[in-house]
Design a binder for this molecule. Structure first.
Ligand code: GTP
Ligand code: SPV
Ligand code: MN
Length: 585
C-alpha cells in the first residue's frame, strides 16, 4: 500500500533514503497486522506472552534498563525564536536541531523495517481531531500506537482528504542516552525522536504531538491542549457534570478518571464515567462553555500502586489484550508490581528478567506501565467519541505535596484560577529520569509538555476569561499531604469522590465555603467524611492555611514568575500581590 497524498509519499521516500530500511510497511490497523507483529516480536525476544489463562492476549515488553522514562533534558523545542520556546523549554535553533538529529538518523534503519503509521488524535470524524503520521523502526511503538490512537486506514483516508498532518520521525537508534534526542519543530509541524523506545519519547502522537505541538497550535487557534484527565460525574438527581483535571505525571490522573465512589455514594446513585486519563483538547463552544475531547484511544498507565482497593476499574481492564512494560512476573507468568498484593509472591522475576530477591529494590520498575484500549474500561462512556466533546463544569489543578497545600481550594475568579494553575508545584516522580521526590514548579502539570513560552501560555489562559462568560470554575487539590510519620493523611482514590462532591456543589452554587487569602476553602463540615474514620483534627490540618509558610510560598512563586520577564502577564502579578497582602493583613 502507499498513498495518493503526494506530500506524504514524498516525505516517506525522503525518510527511507536517509534511514535506509530493509523494508517499508504501511500500517493498516488490521487484526492480521497485529498478529504478525506480535509473532515477529516474540521471535526477536522483545515481547513475552503472559499467562494465557489469566491474561489472554497480554504481553510483557522489557525495555533497555537505561530507557524507562521520559528524558526531559534531551527534549527540545526548536522554534525560530528562542523566546517563543521560553525558559520552560530546552531550545535549539531549527537548522542546528535538524543537523544534529539527522546525523543520527543517517542509515539508522539498516536491517530494520520502517513502519508508516497514519493516526488520528481524537474521534475519527470530529472537526476538533488532528492527524499525524509517525514513521518508526519499532514494532513495539506500532503495537502501542495501535492502542493509544485511531490508527491505520481511516486516518490515512482523512489525511488524504485534508492534506494536513503532523510529521513524526522516530527510531530507537542504538538506545544510547548519549545519542538520544526528542526534538519539536512547531513551525514545521514536525517531530524527530531518536534513541528511546519509551512511551512519551517514542509514541509521538501523545506528548510530542497532542501536547507540545498541540499547545502551540491551540494558542494560535484559540483553544487549549492540556495534560488533563476528563471524567463525568452523575449525581443522584441524574445531572451529569464533566470535570477536567491536571496533575503532574504519576500524580493521580488515571486513578481519578476511573474512580469508584465509596459504597454509600454508589447506593445513593452517584456514577462515574471515564472520558480520558491524560490529555484533553479543550475548545470554547458557541454557548461560552468549554468543551473537551480526549485525543487518545487508550491508556498508557502507571502500574505500581494499581490494585483492587485503589483502582479496581484499571485492574479489571488489564486481564486481556494489554501490553505491560517493565513489570515483574510471577512464576506462572502473571504480571506483578509493587502494591498489587500485600506481599510479594514467591519466585518473582524482576523487570530486568532476573530472579527477584526482597531487599534488592523494586521488582517492577517504579515507572512500569500498561497499555490498554479505552474501550476495555468498565467506566468507559461513548461520549468519549462525541465530535464536539463534553462541556466542563470544573477544572482542577493539583500537585503532590507532603506539606502546605490544602486538600482543596476554589479560586475566587478566572484570573485567580489561572494563578492557581500557574503556581502548581509538585514532587518529581519516576515518570521522568532524574531525582524523585523533589518539589519543583509544574504549572498546569505542563512543565514537561508546554511547547511554548509559559508567559505566553498563561496570557492565553487568561484571555479565555475575557472572551467567554460560561467558563468552568477552577479548583486546586492535593491528595498527598503526609503526617509526621510519613503516612498519607487523606485516604485518596475512591474517597476523592468526597472532594468532587463539594467541587460540584460549588459549581451548582451550593456547598459551604470560607473565604481565605488563597481562595475559598470548604468549611470544616462541608466535606462528607462519614465512614472514613478521619478525625476532625486531621480534617482541620488538611484544610489549614499557615500564613508564614504561605508567605514563603508566595516569595517562591514570585521568584519563579520573574524568570518569564516581559512575557509575564500583569494579571498574575496582581493576583500574587493581592494574595500576599491578604496574607499579611
Ligand atoms: P501519568 O500517566 O504519568 O501522566 O500519571 P497519572 O497522573 O495518570 O498518575 P496515576 O493515576 O497513574 O497515579 C500515579 C501513582 O499515584 C500511582 O502509584 C497511584 O497509585 C498513586 N495515586 C493516585 N491517586 C492517588 C491518591 O488519591 N492518593 C494516593 N496516596 N496515591 C494516589
Ligand atoms: C507522563 O509521563 O505524564 C505520562 C507517560 O503520561 S508518557 O506518555 O510516557 O509521557
Ligand atoms: Mn501524563
Amino acid at each position: 500500500m502507499t498513498t495518493s497524498n503526494t506530500r506524504l509519499a514524498a516525505w516517506v521516500n525522503e525518510v527511507a533514503a536517509k534511514t535506509k530500511p530493509d523494508r517499508i510497511h504501511w500500517c493498516t490497523g488490521s487484526a492480521d497486522e497485529k498478529k504478525i507483529l506480535i509473532e515477529e516480536m516474540q521471535l526477536a525476544g522483545s515481547l513475552i506472552a503472559l499467562n494465557t489463562e489469566t491474561h489472554p492476549g497480554c504481553y510483557l515488553h522489557r525495555s533497555d534498563p537505561s530507557d524507562v522514562a521520559r528524558t526531559e533534558h534531551l527534549t527540545f523545542v526548536c522554534s525560530k525564536n528562542k523566546d517563543d520556546a521560553g525558559p520552560n523549554n530546552n531550545w535549539m535553533e531549527p537548522s542546528e536541531g535538524h543537523k544534529k538529529i539527522d546525523a543520527l538518523f543517517a542509515g539508522c534503519m539498516r536491517g530494520r523495517t520502517m513502519y508508516v503509521i497514519p493516526y488520528c488524535m481524537g474521534p475519527i470524524n470530529s472537526p476538533l481531531s488532528r492527524c499525524g503520521v509517525e514513521i518508526t523502526d519499532s514494532a513495539y511503538v506500532v503495537l502501542n500506537m495501535r492502542i493509544m490512537t485511531r490508527m491505520g486506514d481511516k486516518p490515512l483516508a482523512r489525511i488524504e482528504k485534508e492534506d494536513s498532518f503532523v510529521k513524526g520521525l522516530h527510531s530507537t537508534g542504538d538506545l544510547s542516552p548519549d545519542r538520544r534526542f526528542v526534538m519539536h519543530f512547531p513551525e514545521e509541524l514536525s517531530i524527530k525522536s531518536i534513541g528511546s523506545g519509551y512511551g512519551g519519547n517514542a509514541l509521538l502522537g501523545k506528548k510530542c504531538h497532542a501536547l507540545r505541538l498541540g499547545s502551540w497550535q491551540a494558542k494560535s487557534e484559540g483553544w487549549l491542549a492540556e495534560h488533563m484527565l476528563i471524567v463525568g460525574i452523575e449525581n443522584p438527581a441524574g445531572k451529569r457534570h464533566y470535570v477536567a483535571a491536571a496533575f503532574p505525571s504519576a500524580c493521580g490522573k488515571t486513578n481519578l478518571a476511573m474512580l469508584i465512589p465509596p459504597q454509600a455514594y454508589r447506593e445513593k446513585g452517584w456514577k462515574v464515567f471515564t472520558v480520558g486519563d491524560d490529555i484533553a483538547w479543550i475548545h470554547p463552544g458557541k454557548d461560552g462553555r468549554l468543551y473537551a475531547i480526549n485525543p487518545e484511544a487508550g491508556y498508557f498507565g502507571v502500574a505500581p500502586g494499581t490494585a483492587s482497593d485503589t483502582n479496581p476499574t484499571a485492574l479489571n481492564m488489564l486481564n486481556k489484550d494489554a501490553i505491560f512494560t517493565n513489570v515483574a512476573v510471577t512464576k506462572d507468568l502473571q504480571p506483578w508490581w509493587e502494591g498489587l498484593t500485600k506481599s510479594a509472591p514467591e519466585g518473582l522475576t524482576d523487570w530486568q528478567g532476573r530472579a527477584w530477591e526482597s531487599g534488592k529494590g523494586p521488582a517492577a520498575h517504579p515507572n512500569s506501565r500498561f497499555t490498554v484500549s479505552a474501550s476495555q474500561c468498565g467506566s468507559y462512556t461513548p461520549e468519549a467519541e462525541a465530535s464536539d466533546g463534553v462541556p466542563l463544569s470544573a477544572i482542577i489543578f493539583g500537585g503532590r505535596r507532603k506539606e502546605l497545600s490544602p486538600l482543596v481550594v476554589e479560586s475566587v475568579s478566572w484570573a485567580h484560577g489561572v494563578f492557581l494553575g500557574a503556581s502548581v508545584a509538585s514532587e518529581t516522580t519516576a515518570a521522568a529520569t532524574g531525582a524523585v521526590g523533589v518539589v519543583r514548579r509544574d504549572p498546569m502539570a505542563m512543565q514537561p509538555f508546554c511547547g511554548y513560552n509559559f508567559g505566553d501560555y498563561w496570557t492565553h489562559w487568561l484571555s479565555m476569561g475575557k472572551k467567554y462568560n460560561n467558563l468552568p470554575k477552577i479548583f486546586h487539590v492535593n491528595w498527598f499531604r503526609q503526617d509526621k510519620a510519613g503516612r498519607f493523611m487523606w485516604p485518596g482514590f475512591g474517597d476523592n469522590m468526597r472532594v468532587l462532591e463539594w467541587v460540584l456543589a460549588r459549581c451548582e452554587g451550593k456547598g459551604e465555603a470560607v473565604r481565605t487569602p488563597i481562595g475559598f476553602l470548604p468549611t470544616n463540615s462541608a466535606i462528607n467524611t462519614e465512614g472514613t474514620g478521619l478525625t476532625k483534627e486531621t480534617m482541620r490540618e488538611l484544610l489549614a492555611i499557615e500564613a508564614p509558610a504561605w508567605k514563603n510560598e508566595m516569595s517562591g512563586i514570585q521568584e519563579y514568575f520573574s524568570k518569564f520577564g516581559s512575557h509575564m502577564p500583569a494579571e498574575l502579578g496582581n493576583e500574587l500581590k493581592r494574595i500576599s497582602s491578604e496574607l499579611h493583613g
